[in-house]
Design a binder for this molecule. Structure first.
Ligand code: HEM
Ligand code: HEM
Length: 221
């Protein structure tokens, strides 16, 4: 007995999966949130990089007939970079809210629509041939991949929050570690997003037509 015997696989489990309204709204808001967050990171490491803006500020002020020291120019460049990272922090709070919403959706939406139940239902299937076994295993890989993404998302949110509240004495000793983890985990997020988009587009063009529009209109009912 593994506790899975009573779970009936929902119709069309492996294909034409239905997506609840809550998940669809959540998905596209999360997409927008991550996109906005990544744009701030891109700007912060290019146009708004403090180091790169010091000499342009000095040159510009000199051209206007003024004079600033290197330290003064650095302070100005740093102020603008700070503004941008503040934007990143605010978008980060929105992402934290979206993470909590995803947990609430999992708890309160119809049982059949939950990620947990989908994984259990797929485990409960008894595929009858090679192809069915492969389909089921791939489905499990994708759904477990989402679960892993949620853990990565949580890590990003927790380390981001530690950095956002760096004035709290208790969190001060954690700053360096949080920063290193946050910096490293961003690459897992980029990896997931590239793989995910390539995967859903490929599926839509091949064996799972309509999967992308299913994340917009809910899928076949
Ligand atoms: C999930 C919620 C998130 C929160 C609360 C958050 C918060 C923060 C905070 C407070 C900082 C420090 C900013 C500063 O230097 O003043 C930061 C830095 C950074 N964040 Fe996030 N962030 C989040 C998500 C993300 C995501 C999704 C990415 C990219 C995929 C990302 C990439 C970065 C990078 C590259 C830095 C710069 C770190 C450094 O240069 O040391 N963050 N984040
Ligand atoms: C920042 C970018 C994105 C992130 C972070 C993201 C995240 C996710 C997550 C976490 C899920 C699983 C939802 C669940 O718990 O069931 C999901 C599903 C899905 N996403 Fe995205 N997504 C992104 C971009 C996109 C884009 C651009 C598309 C369309 C081209 C897309 C199409 C889909 C589809 C069709 C599904 C359902 C796939 C399935 O049933 O296995 N996503 N996405």
């Amino acid at each position: 007995m593994n506790g899975l015997e009573n779970i009936q696989p929902p119709p069309g489990l492996l294909q034409n999966q239905k997506n609840s309204t809550a998940i669809r709204i959540w998905h596209w808001l999360t997409f927008a949130g991550f996109l906005a967050s990544m744009i701030t990171v891109l700007l912060g490491s290019t146009f708004f990089k403090t180091k790169d803006n010091i000499s342009p500020i000095m040159v510009r002020v000199a051209r206007e007939g003024g004079l600033v020291t290197k330290d003064q120019a650095r302070a100005i460049a740093h102020d603008y970079s700070d503004k941008l990272w503040n934007g990143h922090k605010i978008i980060g709070f929105v992402l934290c809210f979206l993470f909590v919403s995803r947990v609430l959706i999992e708890i309160y939406q119809k049982k059949n629509d939950t990620l947990q139940n989908r994984i259990r239902s797929a485990l409960n299937l008894t595929p009858s041939n090679e192809k069915a076994i492969r389909d089921r295993n791939f489905y499990l890989l994708v759904k477990r991949g989402y679960f892993l993404f949620y853990i990565i998302f949580l890590t990003m949110a927790m380390t981001g929050l530690v950095m956002a509240f760096d004035d709290i004495a208790l969190l001060k000793p954690l700053q360096k570690t949080a920063d290193s983890i946050h910096l490293f985990v961003q690459w897992l997020i980029y990896g997931f997003i590239i793989l995910h988009i390539a995967g859903v587009v490929y599926s839509d063009l091949h064996n799972n037509k309509g999967i992308v529009s299913g994340m917009i209109n809910g899928g076949e009912h």
